[in-house]
Ligand binder design. Structure first.
Ligand SMILES: Cc1cc2nc3c(=O)[nH]c(=O)nc-3n(C[C@H](O)[C@H](O)[C@H](O)COP(=O)(O)OP(=O)(O)OC[C@H]3O[C@@H](n4cnc5c(N)ncnc54)[C@H](O)[C@@H]3O)c2cc1C
Length: 399
């Protein structure tokens, strides 16, 4: 893989940088790159307007095919866009679940009518999506999910509870995994439904997190309705479609994440210089090791993306998830140590600074998107061919 910009890519980089310089102004510049993990409520309305600004400029959904409103951008161009985006301190994106998860899933499995209805508002930054998979008794073991949908005329009627649903309180639509065959078990008889969030029959209760924000929610479906046409794939085939969405989660979306890690690292380095921590030999050692590991992660991620198209979650993708989530948690601890005693103090309004947000939010990263234990199981069983773990029924949890 070539890491230097080709002449065409250099021209693309210049175009991105110029557009961002002209548009990250006023209230968008005031956001100053904020709105990432643990900071997701910050300036949400401004960031929602920014999503539409990006859409109008043609800077959302870069990797999607041109026929669906994307640019058909290469991986290299998507990397360049993300690099310039972080450099310009553009506002944290609010449309990532639609762009990164639902959109690619529809492009592969949706009907032409579904593509025509749902893709343009994602490209335009007009409609936001959330992911309704996890339930109180179905997380790592998603196949035990119990939310059900029954057909009533030309509608599906959905009943059940989802939990940990990121940004549900800000979303217009949810892609919901539910059981449409009441006699089915495990991964059979599931369907992948697209459900409008703004309706009677859906109650959203935010969950307060360590960061004092509520990035995720409980979502209660009590007779919520959606058109019978809003099932992706055949009814009963939802498991395959749902897994494809998870595969997209582990792909290009990681790039933006890694670049925000680099910005956090640079901020921490500046703090270490300013407060003298950089003069401590042990701290120097830890900062250097952290930087080297981040570079290994960046280069390995780029290599893993080369030549990948469509939902391609090789078991090796688990290695990257394990590596980045663990790296970021360790980095959060390092950020606390570099900041020293100041890291233990917050203002009266519980206003966290960047190292504190990183430390607290990164605790969740070894859980979501498949916990570290699950990633190790996948690597052990599917990469190394080690014996599968015994299937045990955990009492009380239904798993
Ligand atoms: C910040 C955040 C955002 C999230 N956003 C969303 C979202 O938008 N939509 C959504 O649907 N979900 C979301 N989730 C939920 C996430 O997918 C689940 O938390 C995750 O799948 C783990 O499920 P669980 O919490 O039920 O834990 P469990 O599955 O109950 O696991 C509990 C513990 O047991 C371990 N464990 C479980 N099974 C095994 C096994 N077979 N072998 C070894 N160890 C095991 C796990 O590693 C974990 O440590 C989010 C979670 C977080 C933290």
């Amino acid at each position: 893989m070539e890491f230097a910009d080709s002449p065409a890519d250099a021209a693309f980089r210049a175009e991105v940088a110029q557009w961002l310089a002209e548009h990250v102004v006023g209230e968008y510049a005031e956001i100053g790159g904020r709105g990432g993990s643990g900071d997701e409520s910050f300036g949400f309305d401004v960031r929602r307007a920014w999503e539409r600004e990006l859409g109008a400029g043609g800077w959302t959904c870069l990797g999607w095919p041109i026929e669906y409103g994307g640019r058909g951008a290469s991986i290299a161009q998507q990397v360049i866009f993300n690099e310039e985006y972080v450099r310009a301190k553009a506002p944290g994106r609010v449309g990532v679940l639609g762009e990164g998860l639902l959109g690619p899933t529809l492009i592969h499995y949706g009907t032409e009518e579904q593509k025509a209805r749902f893709l343009p508002p994602i490209v335009a930054g007009e409609e936001l999506w959330c992911q309704g998979y996890s339930e109180p008794n179905a997380g790592s073991d998603l196949a035990s999910l119990a939310t059900r949908a029954v057909r009533d005329g030309d509608e599906w009627v959905v009943t059940g509870q989802k939990v940990w649903t990121s940004l549900a309180h800000q979303s217009d639509w949810c892609f919901v995994m539910c059981r449409t065959d009441p006699t089915s078990e495990r991964h059979k008889g599931l369907s992948y439904l697209l459900v409008p969030m703004n309706q009677e029959g859906i109650e959203i209760r935010p969950i307060q997190q360590l960061t004092d924000t509520s990035e995720f929610n409980e979502v209660f479906f009590d007779g919520a309705r959606t058109s019978v046409d809003n099932v992706v794939g055949e009814p009963g085939q939802g498991w395959m479609v749902g897994l494809a969405t998870l595969a997209f989660e582990r792909g290009v979306g990681l790039l933006g994440h890694l670049l925000s890690f680099r910005r956090e690292f640079d901020e921490l380095l500046a703090i270490a210089h300013a407060n003298g921590a950089a003069n401590d030999p042990l701290m120097k050692d830890r900062l250097t090791k952290s930087y080297v590991d981040l570079e290994i992660l960046r280069v390995t991620t780029l290599r893993s993306l080369t030549g990948v198209e469509g939902p391609a979650a090789a078991p090796e993708a688990s290695i990257l998830k394990l590596f980045w989530s663990t790296w970021h948690q360790d980095f959060g601890t390092l950020a606390m140590d570099v900041t020293g005693m100041a890291s233990t103090i917050v203002g009266q309004a519980y206003e966290l600074d960047s190292p504190q947000r990183t430390f607290l939010f990164s605790r969740s990263e070894t859980i979501y998107g498949g916990s570290n234990e699950i990633q190790r199981n996948i690597i052990g069983e599917r990469v190394l061919g080690l014996p599968a773990e015994p299937k045990v029924q955990l009492s009380g949890s239904g798993k």
